[in-house]
Design a protein around this ligand. Structure first.
Ligand SMILES: [Zn+2]
Length: 324
């Protein structure tokens, strides 16, 4: 396909470094409303009159505002005014409505690196605080309500989700939204959070492909094909591949314990739970459960579907660091 060029031979494609400067100046959202679903718009001069991509003459506009401008229903002066004092500056955030087209009405799912969750209410709980959760619909047929918080490794919040509204901090070094994906960077090379919309089995699934987060000393590390949580006391849960479904509790960790789908269905191909000691990492073998069943063998070596409340009637999978 031929690239569209203007009469000066300037390509529509804005160089990445110019885009980043525009995002930074506009504080990562539509200058009128703060939405992260925006387009880059040449307003001074207009693209047809531009001889180069001047970062100061490009702004961020959401589809609604962009369309109105294209139709001549908003003046260039108004755009310039918004560009001078972007919405995010006075509101201290950018946002996106996740469920504006009723995507979360049934079986909400999330993929965290290598671990899939479907129909799980409290996806991850740390020290009693749900970090990612899908609350049930408030009314019959209504959407499940996603709530989540994401920190960087310094423990500062970089983004959160409140009742299906994604909210990003403008203090981030960069927030990039392209197509179905979103990425927050701590600096040029250091990705703090990357996530994308996935269409799995005809249902919306939110996929977190990268996360390096510290929540009160708990470190969550997610990357494609990997998932790890370490407690401040050195208990480490590492999952190579698993699916957790139909559970009230997905993964629940405190300083010295770890529960996985105690009331739901877990199918795992491989995962390990370690504790650190002075000689490095060793596999914990003090798993407590209520039936004479060699849970560890199944987890460690085989591909098995395990329904947890069958194996562990009361306490689910609970691993104590101390050995009792
Ligand atoms: Zn807007």
């Amino acid at each position: 396909m031929a690239e569209k060029k203007n009469r000066y031979g300037l390509s529509r494609r804005i160089p990445n470094d110019v885009k980043r400067k525009v995002r930074k100046r506009c504080l990562f959202g539509c200058v009128h409303c703060g939405s992260v679903i925006y387009q880059y718009e040449h307003f001074n001069p207009e693209f047809k009159d531009a001889q180069f991509h001047d970062e100061n003459g490009i702004t961020l506009l959401c589809a609604t505002v962009h369309d109105k401008k294209t139709r001549g229903r908003i003046s260039r002066a108004k755009i310039a005014e918004w560009n001078e004092s972007p919405w995010s500056q006075s509101n201290d955030c950018v946002w996106e409505k996740i469920d504006d087209v009723q995507q979360l009405n049934n079986d909400p799912g999330i993929l965290l690196g290598s671990v899939g969750f479907r129909n799980v209410e409290n996806v991850i709980t740390l020290k009693g605080k749900p970090i990612i959760q899908f609350l049930p619909p408030e009314v019959t047929g209504g959407p499940y309500r996603l709530n989540a918080e994401f920190n960087n490794m310094d423990g500062n919040q970089i983004a959160r989700v409140e009742e299906n509204e994604w909210i990003g901090s403008i203090k981030n070094w960069d927030i990039q939204v392209e197509g179905r994906s979103c990425q927050i960077n701590n600096d040029k090379r250091d990705i703090a959070l990357a996530w994308e919309y996935m269409d799995l089995s005809d249902r919306l699934t939110i996929g977190i492909t990268k996360l390096k987060m510290n929540y009160r000393g708990f470190v969550i590390h997610i990357q494609p094909g990997a998932f790890k949580i370490a407690t401040p006391n050195g208990l480490t849960l590492s999952i190579q591949s698993a699916m957790i479904g139909n559970a009230h509790t997905g993964i629940n960790m405190d300083d010295d314990f770890c529960q996985i789908a105690p009331d739901g269905l877990l199918s795992a191909t491989e995962f390990t739970i370690h504790r650190s000691d002075r000689y490095g990492y060793t596999i914990l073998n003090n798993i407590s459960f209520n039936t004479p069943y060699d849970l560890w063998t199944h987890f460690g070596n085989s591909r098995t579907n395990l329904k947890f409340n069958y194996i562990c009637f009361n306490s689910g999978l609970r691993i104590n660091r101390s050995g009792n």
